[in-house]
Design a binder for this molecule. Structure first.
Ligand SMILES: O=C(O)c1cc(=O)[nH]c(=O)n1[C@@H]1O[C@H](COP(=O)(O)O)[C@@H](O)[C@H]1O
Length: 241
């Protein structure tokens, strides 16, 4: 896959007008992410806009609830014909199983392709210290992320979301057929903000990521198009891809 196809840009904006402005400002971006902020504020309107522009869509709603509720939400989300959908691995095995079946049902009802269902392993904003002291998880961080990825894989999900710092180890254990999407990616020249476990785009791809989610380094840049081009160039040079 070419560098251009590996980058997903989040539409972390509050309304459809700002989202469309960003999409039209960056026509070279093929894969957009609709997350909690935009979907909560405006609902599915943006999905139709993206589809009319023939864009791929990552609907990142990070479901986390009991199996019955998660299944209903996944079934509804799958009807939109999106490409990727997220659920927290910590929702547990029964919820993950129910979600896996529900995306198939929803997509079949709407006559669309089912989304790839991917599990959040551990948010990239959580540090090893926070995992231990705030969340009270008595495992090393990479071990915890790996166990969540394996739970997702064993339950039949298509992939996982993880930080670039863990992806090499997760890729090695889960194999080549499991999809890895890495947010928390930062070029050396960008501000880390709230991301705790980042690598550069080229390092993340070399480590085994299929897709990178890169937001503020592009969307908050003074010239987003230049930032995008710079990232593509760095990936191409750093990975020969
Ligand atoms: O599921 C995600 O995309 C996600 C998972 C995660 O662990 N960390 C994470 O940052 N994200 C998302 O990835 C994007 C990162 O944006 P930037 O930090 O601006 O590059 C945001 O839209 C987050 O919601």
């Amino acid at each position: 896959m070419k560098a251009e196809q590996r980058i997903i840009v989040p539409l972390d904006v509050p309304d459809v007008a700002s989202a469309i402005a960003l999409v039209d400002q960056l026509p070279q971006v093929n894969f957009w992410k609709v997350g909690l902020e935009l979907f909560t504020s405006t609902g599915p309107a943006i999905l139709a806009e993206l589809k009319s522009r023939e864009k791929q869509i990552f609907l990142d709603l990070k479901f986390h609830d009991i199996p019955n509720t998660v299944a209903g939400a996944c079934q509804a989300a799958a009807r939109y014909g999106v490409d990727l959908l997220t659920i927290h691995a910590t929702a547990g095995k029964d919820a993950l199983k129910a979600a896996t079946a529900a995306v198939q049902t929803g997509a079949a009802q709407a006559g669309v392709k089912p989304p790839k269902l991917i599990a959040i392993t551990l948010l990239t904003s959580i540090s090893a210290r926070q995992l231990a002291f705030d969340l009270k998880i008595p495992l090393e961080l990479p071990e915890y992320a790996l166990s969540m990825a394996l739970l997702a894989q064993e339950t039949g999900l298509d992939g996982a979301v993880c930080s670039p710092q863990e992806v090499a180890q997760l890729r090695q254990t889960c194999g080549d057929d499991f999809l890895f999407v890495c947010p928390g990616v930062r070029p050396t020249w960008a501000d880390k903000a709230d991301q705790q476990r980042s690598l550069t785009p080229a390092q993340a791809i070399k480590a085994g990521a299929d897709y990178l989610v890169i937001g503020r380094p592009i969307t908050a840049a003074t010239e987003p198009e230049l930032a995008w081009n710079r990232i593509i160039e760095e990936i191409t040079q750093g990975t020969n891809k």
